[in-house]
Write a protein that binds this ligand. Structure first.
Ligand SMILES: C[S@@+](CC[C@H](N)C(=O)[O-])C[C@H]1O[C@@H](n2cnc3c(N)ncnc32)[C@H](O)[C@@H]1O
Length: 223
């Protein structure tokens, strides 16, 4: 994988808490953040004593390399969000300048923690659908803004294999959002559920607190 293929763009711990309805009890558990990229979730949860590992192919790159890629994608993301301004709910994030500020603050927290966390084994270079972890190594696996969102770039087969891999490494899997980049529900939601249910796992949808992309108000929970 080339760095140019990756869109690193990171959210804050508070956004993760709201996207995945994480309770204080959840935050005491062994958590995997899959596709965390430059999000601040790992840095901030670790700071308050959490037990979290992030897995992402972008972690094969150095701080400088990821930082310069973030600088490169930022104008592109700003352009896209501005073009599709009405597809977002501008409440807790007020406008485009505020969006950039919130994301840059979250990513600054990641960059401050990245080298230290890599040495501690908290940032692992790995890609779905194959993760270098044992069966049930985690209580909860979270996947934010990778599966479903990129349905036009990641095939159904890759989605199914990825969901099964997340179910192998964690007792519970939460995925958000279930919409694609254009805000419509991913066409993969139904076939994936069928495939998971056939494996005998429990699948449900839960409304979440997080609101930004219109239509993105649910997470998928697999146990
Ligand atoms: C839009 S970012 C989301 C980052 C973070 N989860 C958040 O919500 O702030 C998408 C992330 O998915 C990661 N990614 C791409 N391909 C992946 C794969 N095969 N397995 C795991 N993560 C992948 C990218 O490197 C990138 O960091």
């Amino acid at each position: 994988m080339q760095l140019q293929d990756i869109v690193p763009w990171g959210r804050s711990f508070e956004e993760y808490r709201d996207m995945f309805l994480l309770t204080d009890a959840d935050l005491q558990k062994a958590v995997l953040g899959c596709g965390d990229g430059p999000a601040a979730f790992n840095a901030q949860l670790t700071k308050v004593g959490g037990n979290v590992i992030s897995a992402d192919p972008v972690y094969r790159f150095s701080t400088q390399e990821i930082r310069s890629r973030v600088r490169g994608v930022c104008p592109e993301i700003v352009r896209e969000v501005s073009k599709n301004f009405d597809d977002y709910i501008w409440e807790s994030i007020h406008d485009i300048d505020h969006l950039v500020q919130v994301r840059m603050e979250a990513m600054a927290r990641f960059f401050d923690d990245y080298e230290k966390g890599k040495q501690a084994g908290r940032y692992i270079n790995a890609s779905l659908p194959e993760l270098p972890f044992g069966d049930n190594a985690f209580d909860i696996a979270l996947c934010s803004h990778y599966l479903f969102l990129y349905s036009d770039h990641v095939s159904l087969e890759q989605h199914i294999l990825s969901m099964k891999e997340l179910c192998r490494v964690a007792h519970e899997v939460r995925v958000y959002p279930l919409v694609t980049l254009d805000g419509s529900r991913s066409q993969y939601v139904s076939p994936i559920i069928e495939s998971l249910v056939a494996d005998g796992v429990d699948v449900s949808f839960q409304k979440v607190r997080y609101r930004f992309q219109k239509g993105a108000d649910e997470m998928l929970v697999v146990k």
